[in-house]
Design a protein around this ligand. Structure first.
Ligand code: ATP
Ligand code: MG
Length: 244
């Protein structure tokens, strides 16, 4: 199996943020993770990317166990992540920020710069190349975070609420970018999102977390029909047809 999480459990005192989570993702697919605030979604992504050590369970990627490896080793294995609270380096410009990602694979500045340039062209960021991050609008900041992750040459990209705070036009633009990353680069995507249009229009498989537990998994259509998901997250008024 390309990517597999088995029995992941993480507690904080009396609170179980992740409770025996099991999931599998196929190579080349787009998978989604949804659920109410505090369900444990970001905790799971931080465990997968090595920033939090789980109490129990394992993460396997391309036949190798990643459990207890440090974040830079996991990144080197081919998993990159963008975080819910986008924390770019304010003192760096766009080009330099993306190069930080590229150093994951390249030792020399010239190679890292060349890789960063390729990614900027791919994501249409070349005109903002010399802009300081603090000067960028929300969409471009998110694209830079995405670019820095892409510059690490991942096989699996974890995106934690990349679309939060974006306008509907920005959502449509970022959606096209994600599809391009998946289809043209063959990168597998695993995305956490409250913007349901994103999940419904891109994912082949969706996992629903509630209170640290996977309560449902299936296609977007199956998820929308699930009584458990409607009760825990979507609500009775949810209209699935608005995202078709
Ligand atoms: N370092 C921590 N110490 C204590 N509790 C924590 C810590 N990190 C997360 N939690 C708790 O774990 C639970 C899961 O948090 P998490 O951030 O994973 O949720 P989430 O599903 O990503 O929520 P959101 O949709 O709001 O981003 C929450 O109750 C949160 O308060
Ligand atoms: Mg979160």
């Amino acid at each position: 199996m390309f990517f597999e999480v088995e029995g992941i459990t993480k507690t904080y005192g009396g609170l179980t943020a992740n409770n025996n989570i099991n999931l599998k993702i196929e190579q080349g697919s787009i998978a989604g993770l949804i659920g109410p605030n505090g369900a444990g979604k970001s905790t799971l992504f931080k465990i997968i990317s090595g920033f939090i050590v789980p109490d129990r369970g394992s993460v396997r990627f391309k036949g190798k166990s990643l459990t207890r490896l440090s974040p830079h080793v996991i990144c080197n294995c081919g998993i990159a992540c963008t975080f819910q609270d986008v924390k770019n380096f304010p003192q760096l410009d766009v080009f330099e920020t993306i190069q930080v990602g590229a150093y994951c694979r390249h030792t020399f500045k010239r190679q890292a710069a060349s890789r960063a340039r390729e990614v900027m062209i791919f994501l249409d960021l070349i005109d903002q190349k010399d802009q300081k991050i603090v000067k960028l609008n929300m969409l471009d900041r998110k694209k830079v975070a995405l670019a820095a992750a892409l510059a690490t040459d991942p096989d699996l990209l974890l995106l934690d609420e990349l679309f939060a705070g974006c306008t509907p036009t920005e959502v449509s633009s970022l959606l096209l970018t994600l599809k391009k990353i998946n289809q043209e680069l063959g990168i597998t995507l695993f995305i956490i999102e409250h913007v349901l249009k994103v999940i419904m229009s891109t994912c082949q498989l969706v996992f629903v977390l509630d209170d640290g537990t996977v309560i449902e998994s299936g296609t977007p259509e199956q998820i929308c029909m699930s009584k458990k998901v409607i009760s825990a997250y979507l609500g009775e008024d949810y209209d699935a047809s608005q995202h078709q």
